[in-house]
Design a binder for this molecule. Structure first.
Ligand SMILES: Nc1ncnc2c1ncn2[C@@H]1O[C@H](COP(=O)(O)OP(=O)(O)OP(=O)(O)O)[C@@H](O)[C@H]1O
Ligand SMILES: [Mg+2]
Length: 242
Protein backbone atom coordinates (compact mmCIF):
# COMPACT_ATOMS: atom_id res chain seq x y z
CA UNK A 1 0.00 0.00 0.00
CA UNK A 2 1.21 3.49 -0.86
CA UNK A 3 -0.55 6.49 0.64
CA UNK A 4 0.36 9.98 -0.60
CA UNK A 5 -1.24 12.64 1.61
CA UNK A 6 -1.19 16.31 0.59
CA UNK A 7 2.40 16.17 -0.59
CA UNK A 8 4.18 19.28 -1.81
CA UNK A 9 7.83 19.50 -2.85
CA UNK A 10 9.73 22.72 -3.33
CA UNK A 11 13.23 23.12 -4.73
CA UNK A 12 14.21 26.61 -3.58
CA UNK A 13 11.48 28.93 -4.85
CA UNK A 14 10.25 26.40 -7.45
CA UNK A 15 7.32 24.19 -6.47
CA UNK A 16 7.68 20.85 -8.26
CA UNK A 17 4.60 19.28 -6.62
CA UNK A 18 1.52 20.98 -5.19
CA UNK A 19 -0.64 19.21 -2.61
CA UNK A 20 -0.79 15.77 -4.27
CA UNK A 21 -2.85 12.96 -2.70
CA UNK A 22 -3.67 9.46 -3.93
CA UNK A 23 -3.62 5.91 -2.66
CA UNK A 24 -2.34 2.69 -4.21
CA UNK A 25 -3.94 -0.42 -2.73
CA UNK A 26 -1.99 -3.55 -1.86
CA UNK A 27 -1.58 -5.85 -4.85
CA UNK A 28 -2.47 -3.18 -7.39
CA UNK A 29 -0.52 -2.12 -10.52
CA UNK A 30 -1.12 1.63 -10.45
CA UNK A 31 -0.12 4.12 -13.12
CA UNK A 32 1.55 7.46 -12.56
CA UNK A 33 0.97 9.42 -15.74
CA UNK A 34 2.49 12.76 -16.65
CA UNK A 35 4.47 14.63 -19.27
CA UNK A 36 8.15 15.57 -18.96
CA UNK A 37 8.70 17.64 -15.85
CA UNK A 38 5.31 16.70 -14.33
CA UNK A 39 6.94 15.55 -11.10
CA UNK A 40 6.82 11.74 -11.47
CA UNK A 41 10.45 11.07 -10.60
CA UNK A 42 10.33 13.57 -7.74
CA UNK A 43 7.32 11.77 -6.30
CA UNK A 44 9.00 8.37 -6.59
CA UNK A 45 12.21 9.66 -5.05
CA UNK A 46 10.19 10.84 -2.05
CA UNK A 47 8.51 7.42 -1.80
CA UNK A 48 11.97 5.84 -1.90
CA UNK A 49 13.20 8.15 0.94
CA UNK A 50 15.80 9.75 -1.35
CA UNK A 51 14.04 13.15 -1.07
CA UNK A 52 11.89 14.54 1.75
CA UNK A 53 8.48 16.07 1.09
CA UNK A 54 8.39 19.79 1.91
CA UNK A 55 4.84 19.27 3.14
CA UNK A 56 2.54 16.32 3.61
CA UNK A 57 3.23 12.67 4.28
CA UNK A 58 3.84 9.46 2.37
CA UNK A 59 3.27 6.05 3.91
CA UNK A 60 4.49 2.78 2.46
CA UNK A 61 2.77 -0.27 3.97
CA UNK A 62 1.72 2.05 6.78
CA UNK A 63 5.26 3.30 7.52
CA UNK A 64 6.18 6.97 7.19
CA UNK A 65 8.94 7.76 4.68
CA UNK A 66 10.20 10.54 6.95
CA UNK A 67 9.82 8.93 10.37
CA UNK A 68 10.79 5.36 9.49
CA UNK A 69 12.94 5.56 6.35
CA UNK A 70 14.93 2.39 7.11
CA UNK A 71 11.77 0.31 7.49
CA UNK A 72 10.43 1.79 4.26
CA UNK A 73 13.67 1.08 2.35
CA UNK A 74 13.44 -2.64 3.18
CA UNK A 75 9.92 -2.79 1.83
CA UNK A 76 10.47 -1.06 -1.49
CA UNK A 77 12.33 -1.80 -4.67
CA UNK A 78 12.93 1.02 -7.11
CA UNK A 79 13.93 0.90 -10.75
CA UNK A 80 14.63 4.06 -12.70
CA UNK A 81 14.42 3.92 -16.50
CA UNK A 82 17.23 4.83 -18.84
CA UNK A 83 20.73 3.75 -17.91
CA UNK A 84 20.22 1.25 -15.13
CA UNK A 85 23.80 1.48 -13.85
CA UNK A 86 25.02 -2.12 -13.77
CA UNK A 87 28.70 -2.94 -13.19
CA UNK A 88 29.78 -4.02 -16.66
CA UNK A 89 32.70 -6.19 -15.56
CA UNK A 90 30.56 -8.14 -13.08
CA UNK A 91 28.30 -10.97 -14.16
CA UNK A 92 24.53 -10.70 -13.89
CA UNK A 93 24.63 -12.91 -10.79
CA UNK A 94 27.35 -10.78 -9.18
CA UNK A 95 25.45 -7.56 -9.90
CA UNK A 96 22.34 -8.92 -8.21
CA UNK A 97 24.28 -10.46 -5.32
CA UNK A 98 26.03 -7.17 -4.65
CA UNK A 99 22.69 -5.46 -4.11
CA UNK A 100 21.59 -8.31 -1.86
CA UNK A 101 24.64 -7.77 0.31
CA UNK A 102 23.86 -4.04 0.52
CA UNK A 103 20.48 -5.01 1.97
CA UNK A 104 22.27 -7.18 4.54
CA UNK A 105 20.96 -10.46 3.15
CA UNK A 106 22.91 -13.62 3.90
CA UNK A 107 24.75 -15.54 1.16
CA UNK A 108 22.28 -18.42 1.20
CA UNK A 109 19.30 -16.07 1.02
CA UNK A 110 20.88 -14.24 -1.90
CA UNK A 111 21.61 -17.47 -3.74
CA UNK A 112 18.01 -18.64 -3.27
CA UNK A 113 16.58 -15.33 -4.47
CA UNK A 114 18.82 -15.29 -7.55
CA UNK A 115 17.79 -18.86 -8.32
CA UNK A 116 14.13 -17.88 -8.12
CA UNK A 117 14.45 -14.61 -10.06
CA UNK A 118 16.58 -16.07 -12.84
CA UNK A 119 14.01 -18.82 -13.34
CA UNK A 120 11.06 -16.40 -13.36
CA UNK A 121 12.76 -13.95 -15.73
CA UNK A 122 14.52 -16.63 -17.81
CA UNK A 123 18.03 -15.35 -17.13
CA UNK A 124 19.77 -18.72 -16.77
CA UNK A 125 21.51 -18.60 -20.17
CA UNK A 126 23.42 -15.43 -19.30
CA UNK A 127 23.41 -15.36 -15.50
CA UNK A 128 27.16 -15.99 -15.24
CA UNK A 129 28.29 -13.74 -18.06
CA UNK A 130 29.66 -10.21 -17.56
CA UNK A 131 26.87 -7.71 -18.31
CA UNK A 132 29.10 -5.38 -20.42
CA UNK A 133 27.93 -6.58 -23.84
CA UNK A 134 24.31 -7.29 -22.82
CA UNK A 135 21.41 -5.92 -24.89
CA UNK A 136 19.00 -3.36 -23.42
CA UNK A 137 16.43 -6.09 -22.76
CA UNK A 138 18.94 -8.33 -20.96
CA UNK A 139 20.14 -5.41 -18.86
CA UNK A 140 16.59 -4.56 -17.95
CA UNK A 141 16.05 -8.12 -16.69
CA UNK A 142 19.16 -7.95 -14.53
CA UNK A 143 18.12 -4.52 -13.27
CA UNK A 144 14.66 -5.66 -12.25
CA UNK A 145 16.07 -8.79 -10.60
CA UNK A 146 18.43 -6.55 -8.63
CA UNK A 147 15.48 -4.34 -7.62
CA UNK A 148 13.68 -7.43 -6.29
CA UNK A 149 16.54 -9.22 -4.55
CA UNK A 150 15.26 -8.35 -1.05
CA UNK A 151 11.70 -9.38 -2.01
CA UNK A 152 10.08 -5.96 -1.50
CA UNK A 153 6.28 -5.71 -1.16
CA UNK A 154 6.16 -2.39 -3.00
CA UNK A 155 7.87 -1.85 -6.36
CA UNK A 156 8.42 1.58 -7.89
CA UNK A 157 9.11 1.56 -11.63
CA UNK A 158 10.01 4.95 -13.06
CA UNK A 159 9.52 4.90 -16.85
CA UNK A 160 10.91 1.36 -17.09
CA UNK A 161 9.78 0.76 -20.68
CA UNK A 162 11.06 4.04 -22.14
CA UNK A 163 13.72 3.21 -24.72
CA UNK A 164 12.86 -0.49 -24.95
CA UNK A 165 11.83 -1.97 -28.30
CA UNK A 166 8.44 -3.65 -28.72
CA UNK A 167 9.71 -7.13 -27.81
CA UNK A 168 11.59 -5.97 -24.72
CA UNK A 169 8.67 -3.78 -23.61
CA UNK A 170 6.27 -6.71 -24.01
CA UNK A 171 8.56 -8.92 -22.00
CA UNK A 172 8.79 -6.26 -19.33
CA UNK A 173 5.01 -6.04 -19.09
CA UNK A 174 4.85 -9.83 -18.74
CA UNK A 175 7.33 -9.55 -15.87
CA UNK A 176 5.16 -6.94 -14.19
CA UNK A 177 2.10 -9.17 -14.49
CA UNK A 178 4.06 -12.02 -12.89
CA UNK A 179 4.95 -9.73 -10.00
CA UNK A 180 1.32 -8.77 -9.63
CA UNK A 181 0.44 -12.46 -9.41
CA UNK A 182 2.94 -12.71 -6.55
CA UNK A 183 0.83 -10.05 -4.80
CA UNK A 184 3.23 -7.12 -5.18
CA UNK A 185 2.06 -3.51 -5.10
CA UNK A 186 3.43 -1.74 -8.15
CA UNK A 187 3.58 1.92 -9.11
CA UNK A 188 4.48 2.36 -12.75
CA UNK A 189 5.24 5.77 -14.24
CA UNK A 190 5.08 6.78 -17.87
CA UNK A 191 4.43 9.81 -20.04
CA UNK A 192 2.50 7.51 -22.37
CA UNK A 193 -1.18 6.88 -21.65
CA UNK A 194 -1.31 3.87 -24.00
CA UNK A 195 1.57 2.29 -22.13
CA UNK A 196 -0.15 2.88 -18.78
CA UNK A 197 -3.47 1.54 -20.09
CA UNK A 198 -1.86 -1.80 -20.97
CA UNK A 199 -1.03 -2.50 -17.33
CA UNK A 200 -3.05 -0.30 -15.00
CA UNK A 201 -6.74 -0.03 -14.19
CA UNK A 202 -6.24 3.00 -11.98
CA UNK A 203 -4.00 6.01 -12.47
CA UNK A 204 -2.90 9.31 -11.01
CA UNK A 205 -2.50 11.98 -13.68
CA UNK A 206 -0.01 14.67 -12.74
CA UNK A 207 0.56 17.76 -14.87
CA UNK A 208 3.04 20.51 -13.97
CA UNK A 209 3.15 19.32 -10.39
CA UNK A 210 -0.59 19.15 -9.82
CA UNK A 211 -2.80 16.10 -9.57
CA UNK A 212 -5.50 16.37 -12.24
CA UNK A 213 -7.12 12.97 -11.79
CA UNK A 214 -6.85 9.92 -9.55
CA UNK A 215 -9.06 6.94 -10.21
CA UNK A 216 -9.93 4.36 -12.83
CA UNK A 217 -9.09 4.75 -16.51
CA UNK A 218 -12.61 3.55 -17.30
CA UNK A 219 -14.02 6.26 -15.03
CA UNK A 220 -12.00 8.82 -16.96
CA UNK A 221 -13.36 7.51 -20.26
CA UNK A 222 -16.90 7.73 -18.90
CA UNK A 223 -16.44 11.20 -17.51
CA UNK A 224 -15.18 12.64 -20.80
CA UNK A 225 -17.09 10.35 -23.14
CA UNK A 226 -13.93 9.60 -25.10
CA UNK A 227 -12.08 6.41 -25.76
CA UNK A 228 -8.88 7.62 -27.41
CA UNK A 229 -6.25 7.86 -24.72
CA UNK A 230 -4.24 10.80 -26.04
CA UNK A 231 -7.43 12.82 -26.48
CA UNK A 232 -8.44 11.92 -22.94
CA UNK A 233 -5.11 13.09 -21.59
CA UNK A 234 -5.45 16.41 -23.41
CA UNK A 235 -9.05 16.81 -22.23
CA UNK A 236 -8.09 16.34 -18.60
CA UNK A 237 -5.12 18.67 -18.80
CA UNK A 238 -6.82 21.41 -20.85
CA UNK A 239 -10.04 21.14 -18.87
CA UNK A 240 -8.22 22.03 -15.72
CA UNK A 241 -5.93 24.69 -17.26
CA UNK A 242 -8.96 26.78 -18.07
N1 LIG B 1 16.88 18.47 -7.48
C1 LIG B 1 16.13 19.35 -8.13
N2 LIG B 1 16.37 20.68 -8.05
C2 LIG B 1 15.61 21.58 -8.70
N3 LIG B 1 14.56 21.26 -9.48
C3 LIG B 1 14.27 19.94 -9.61
C4 LIG B 1 15.04 18.94 -8.96
N4 LIG B 1 14.50 17.72 -9.28
C5 LIG B 1 13.47 17.98 -10.10
N5 LIG B 1 13.32 19.31 -10.31
C6 LIG B 1 12.29 19.96 -11.13
O1 LIG B 1 11.02 19.45 -10.73
C7 LIG B 1 10.17 19.28 -11.87
C8 LIG B 1 9.70 17.85 -11.90
O2 LIG B 1 10.78 17.02 -12.27
P1 LIG B 1 10.67 15.44 -12.36
O3 LIG B 1 12.01 14.92 -12.72
O4 LIG B 1 10.05 14.91 -11.12
O5 LIG B 1 9.64 15.25 -13.56
P2 LIG B 1 9.24 13.93 -14.34
O6 LIG B 1 7.75 13.88 -14.36
O7 LIG B 1 9.96 12.76 -13.79
O8 LIG B 1 9.74 14.25 -15.82
P3 LIG B 1 10.40 13.30 -16.96
O9 LIG B 1 9.23 12.68 -17.68
O10 LIG B 1 11.13 14.25 -17.82
O11 LIG B 1 11.26 12.29 -16.29
C9 LIG B 1 10.98 19.70 -13.07
O12 LIG B 1 10.63 21.02 -13.40
C10 LIG B 1 12.42 19.59 -12.60
O13 LIG B 1 13.23 20.53 -13.27
MG1 LIG C 1 11.24 11.39 -14.58
Amino acid sequence: MIEVQNVSKRFGSFTALHDVSFRVEAGEVYGLLGENGAGKTTLMRMMATILRPTQGEIEIEGFSVTKEPEVVRRRIGILFGGDVGLYSRLTARENIAYFGSLYGLQKAQIAARIEHLSRVFEMEPFLDRPVGPFSRGMRQKVAIARTLVHDPAVILLDEPTTGLDVTAANLFRRMIRMLQEEGKTILFSSHNMTEIDKLCKRIALVHRGRLHYAGSVDGLRERYGMHDLDELFMAVVEGSDR
